[in-house]
Design a protein around this ligand. Structure first.
Ligand SMILES: *[C@@H]1O[C@H](CO)[C@@H](O)[C@H](O)[C@H]1NC(C)=O
Ligand SMILES: *[C@@H]1O[C@H](CO)[C@@H](O)[C@H](O)[C@H]1NC(C)=O
Ligand SMILES: *[C@@H]1O[C@H](CO)[C@@H](O)[C@H](O)[C@H]1NC(C)=O
Ligand SMILES: *[C@@H]1O[C@H](CO)[C@@H](O)[C@H](O)[C@H]1NC(C)=O
Ligand SMILES: *[C@@H]1O[C@H](CO)[C@@H](O)[C@H](O)[C@H]1NC(C)=O
Ligand SMILES: *[C@@H]1O[C@H](CO)[C@@H](O)[C@H](O)[C@H]1NC(C)=O
Length: 204
């Protein structure tokens, strides 16, 4: 019943949720994604259901900032965009721009995920041998909970794994090197081995 009232109360126009990722400690700017706002008494940016980060009153042009955001928020009173600085994981969640008049209008909704940079992957060679005309390498690349076992012979047998979260472990194999790349939406790190250092033709 409460949910229904909420849905009736907030006129959700054609505004899908915009998903954005931000690195821990970084800043993010949230725009209203529209040229024109409906007429309003006040405009606010809200975090999740309850916290009003900033409220801007149209007649008095007064801006009210939530105490806990005072030192790390910039509100632009011309574009209505909100910049949040030094984002922490607890800042993840939904951010909405809402105008209030006779009823509320949801202008835009962001789903913000604050995540750390990835750990560096570790590429381990199990065995390598020269079979007469090419170098063959059995190796493993690990990063966090992702493991990729593959065999190189000019190219790699298995090329990538994905976690159920946002992390990928990807191989880039060329004549020169094997590169293992650990990535998430905000960062990537690699470990690499050079083929010339793996396959030494013994006795030469
Ligand atoms: C916007 O903010 C600036 C700086 O705080 C202020 O001088 C100006 O009057 C404000 N303009 C409006 C339209 O609220
Ligand atoms: C390679 O060695 C690692 C440990 O050094 C091991 O976990 C992995 O299973 C090995 N891979 C293969 C294909 O034998
Ligand atoms: C290399 O790996 C393949 C398959 O992963 C396996 O069949 C083969 O025995 C391995 N060779 C060596 C020398 O470890
Ligand atoms: C693989 O690495 C090479 C050289 O480092 C680069 O030019 C190429 O774009 C990479 N390919 C992929 C799919 O990442
Ligand atoms: C690693 O993966 C990321 C994300 O897919 C990509 O942007 C980056 O260029 C890759 N790095 C290399 C060296 O291929
Ligand atoms: C991980 O792989 C998926 C599927 O290929 C891709 O949609 C996603 O953009 C990749 N993520 C990163 C961080 O490279």
């Amino acid at each position: 019943m409460l949910l229904l009232l909420f849905l009736l109360n907030v006129k959700t126009g054609f505004s899908a949720e915009i998903s954005v990722f931000v690195q821990t400690g970084a800043s993010i700017q949230l725009d209203i994604q529209t040229q024109e706002l409906p007429e309003f008494d006040d405009f606010s940016w809200k975090h999740d259901r309850s916290k009003i980060i900033v409220k801007y009153l149209s007649t008095s042009k007064v801006e009210r900032l939530h105490a806990s955001y005072k030192d790390r928020v910039d509100f632009n009173n011309k574009t209505f965009s909100l910049t949040l600085k030094n984002m922490q994981k607890t800042d993840s969640g939904l951010y909405r721009a809402i105008t209030a008049a006779e009823s509320d209008t949801n202008i835009v909704t962001y789903k913000v995920s604050v995540i750390d940079t990835v750990e560096a992957p570790v590429l381990t060679v199990n065995s390598s041998w020269f079979d007469g005309n090419s170098c063959t390498v059995n190796f493993t690349c690990r990063a966090h909970d992702l493991i990729l076992n593959s065999m190189y012979s000019g190219k790699c047998s298995q090329k990538e794994v994905q976690s159920n979260g946002n992390n990928n472990l990807t191989l880039n194999c060329s004549q020169k090197s094997i590169i293992c790349n650990h990535s998430n939406p905000v960062s990537w790190k690699e470990d690499r081995k050079y083929i010339t250092q793996l396959c030494v033709i013994k006795g030469i």
